[in-house]
Design a protein around this ligand. Structure first.
Ligand SMILES: [Zn+2]
Length: 362
């Protein structure tokens, strides 16, 4: 057989195999319900079958679906979703029925399959929208001026430690090519509301607040990272934000939107950002663990004001305990503070690289 024939046969075989792979879906054997003139299927097994991580906040009824670098936020009862920060509409909403969340077949095929499958079975000309690269980062040094924050036994002030690490981190991030803004670069008092307003008006892609910990239990030590806890009422946040421009949602789509719709969209933006914050926080913890011998207490949810007021993925980092004698000594050492800044920088760079890798993949 000539080489040409072999190539042709292999090519035909590949097309057949690829064709079969796209027509058989991992969700095909999940039972459907006929409802409101369409086919519905339960969301949990659909996510399981496609290795999608599903989180549900029963209070706001917002669902967050994530897989690798993709994030999708939607709410029960609303026929639209924020997919990687972009608004997408579908014909029927997700419904809560007998305690089970069910989604229309069109949502499974049109949105989930499209955005979450490893090899999207999309026509070549359809572009999968990915989060745009992170370019602008706001670094917030906690406390300052009349507010010293925690003070160690030897008199080391939290505001000083925070500012030093914030400046070191800003320098490292600038060297990586990011546009960086510090909420304070000197020992001055800046109200929390001004810090968040600054981040929002700078249109930051990420907000990182640097703090040092203190605890009455002197043995407490370690590095920890906080994101906005899901227990924060997103609907309330949503309604308080309806006058604001929604990032990544086209203005034309919002002109006719009702306050309820705008509040819902904000809910989704916050849910989406929380997913991003968690991913970034995990990578920062991992990178810092690689450069510090200290204990990594990990990633936690909290209701810090400075995080709640931001419109972008946001983290509050507690670099160590000034109330612990060993960590106090370490935090007083410039070399140690530099290593912390390097660890945080590395985590951010890894996160941004993951996002841009996902962009290139598609
Ligand atoms: Zn603090």
């Amino acid at each position: 057989m000539s080489k040409k024939y072999i190539i042709a046969i292999v090519a035909v075989y590949c097309i057949i195999v690829a064709g079969c792979a796209t027509s058989r879906l991992p969700t095909d054997n999940i039972p459907r319900y006929a409802l409101y003139g369409t086919n519905y299927l339960p969301l949990a097994p659909v996510c399981d079958a496609q290795d999608i991580v599903l989180e549900y906040d029963p209070f706001t009824q917002v669902l967050l679906l994530s897989k690798k670098t993709h994030r999708l936020a939607l709410r029960v009862g609303d026929p639209f979703a924020l997919v990687d920060g972009q608004l997408h509409y579908f014909d029927h909403p997700a419904v809560l029925r007998d305690g089970t969340i069910i989604i229309p077949e069109s949502f499974n095929r049109g949105i989930l399959q499209r955005f979450f499958m490893d090899k999207p079975s999309l026509p070549a000309q359809a572009k999968v929208v990915q989060p745009s690269s992170i370019k602008r980062i706001v670094i917030d040094a906690g406390h300052g001026g009349k507010d010293p924050g925690a003070i160690s036994a030897s008199g080391l002030r939290e505001k000083t430690v925070n500012l030093d690490i914030a400046k070191r981190l800003a320098k490292l991030l600038k060297d990586e090519g990011f546009s960086v803004y510090l909420t304070r670069s000197t020992d001055t008092f800046v109200p929390l509301s001004v810090r968040t307003a600054t981040a929002n008006s700078f249109k930051a892609d990420l907000f990182i607040s640097i703090h040092s910990n203190a605890n009455r239990v002197r043995s407490m030590n370690g590095f920890e990272v906080y994101y906005v806890s899901p227990a924060v009422n997103d609907t309330e946040r949503g309604f308080s934000a309806i006058g604001k421009e929604i990032p990544s949602v086209k203005a034309v789509e919002l002109v006719s939107a009702s306050p309820q719709l705008k509040a819902t969209l904000w809910d989704m933006v916050y849910t989406h950002n929380r997913g991003e914050s968690i991913q970034l926080g995990r990578l920062i913890c991992r990178s810092v663990a690689g450069v510090l011998d200290n204990q990594i207490l990990g990633l936690k949810g909290a209701r810090y004001y400075v995080l709640r007021g931001t419109d972008m993925p946001a983290l509050l980092i507690e670099v160590g305990f000034l109330s612990n004698s060993r960590e106090e000594r370490l935090l007083g050492d410039g070399l140690y503070r530099q290593r912390i800044a390097q660890g945080i920088n590395e985590g951010i760079v890894r996160y941004v690289r993951e996002l841009s890798f996902a962009e290139k993949e598609n």
